[in-house]
Design a protein around this ligand. Structure first.
Ligand SMILES: Nc1ncnc2c1ncn2[C@@H]1O[C@H](COP(=O)(O)OP(=O)(O)OP(=O)(O)O)[C@@H](O)[C@H]1O
Length: 229
């Protein structure tokens, strides 16, 4: 994988209020950014905006030199990103293996691991694939959600508190998977309160909470930037 993600003047809001003031950030193949900041600083808001779940207040993102799952040049983050939010997005009534197979089909692309292999990479024994998602422990469910990253290869991982509920050994295992993703040319933007060792290619972005009622100054320089989503 090669390519670049360029975020320019991206401002994010919640409930009509500015939460993340205009932000410039470039991420090249093999690089990671750890987004930190106190509770309420806007980490989830930034990731949800990048994932296309919230409309940006201003600015945008350009994807350069990356193919979408169908091999065509990617035009938006939706073509190249995985998003793992606070919630695991696992259908309770479905078996874990079937759920991961669904995500592999839904996200498309070739070259992903089988559900069993992906679960194994997160340290879950083979039998877990046959359990219903609703029967998993909190840490098992988080691992199953993270296994999505491996069944459908995508260059950009947007991760919101990915190691929540994981035991120490699994946190280290997941950090190693992240470093492998980066060394294969992937990119990671991860919000976290816990230290995650993503290696030397990781930078830190600290978000500061914004005062309530802050307005966004107009820049009028958004031409040529792709809409997010
Ligand atoms: N649905 C919502 N409607 C209105 N405001 C919201 C909503 N969700 C979050 N906010 C506000 O947006 C701001 C940023 O919240 P966000 O969840 O992005 O912070 P965070 O940095 O991820 O916090 P944490 O570390 O607690 O997960 C907070 O002030 C919060 O109150």
């Amino acid at each position: 994988m090669a390519g670049r993600l360029v975020i320019r003047g991206l401002a994010c809001g919640r409930g009509g209020r500015l939460v993340v003031p205009p932000l410039d950030l470039a991420l090249s193949a093999g690089e990671a950014v750890l987004v930190t900041g106190e509770n309420g600083a806007g980490k989830s808001t930034l990731l949800r905006t990048l994932a296309g779940l919230l409309p940006p207040l201003a600015g945008g993102v350009r994807v350069e030199g990356l193919p979408a799952a169908d091999g065509e040049p990617a035009r938006s983050l939706a073509d190249i990103a995985h998003y793992i939010g606070h919630r695991n997005a696992l259908k309770g009534a479905r078996r874990v293996g079937a759920e991961l197979a669904f995500w592999a089909r839904f996200l498309g692309g070739a070259g992903g691991l089988s559900p069993e292999a992906a679960l194994g990479a997160l340290g879950l024994p083979e039998g877990v694939a046959r359990l219903r998602c609703s029967d998993l422990s909190a840490g098992q469910a988080r691992r199953a959600a993270l296994a999505r990253l491996l069944v459908a290869p995508r260059p950009l991982w947007l991760l919101d508190e990915p190691t929540n509920a994981l035991d120490a050994a699994t946190q280290a295992r997941f950090a190693a998977l992240c470093r492998h993703h980066l060394s294969s040319g992937g990119m990671i933007l991860a919000a976290t309160h816990q230290p995650v060792d993503l290696g030397p290619a990781a930078r830190t972005l600290v978000l500061e909470p914004q005062p309530a009622g802050l307005a966004l100054a107009e820049s009028g320089e958004d031409e040529g930037w792709e809409a997010i989503g």
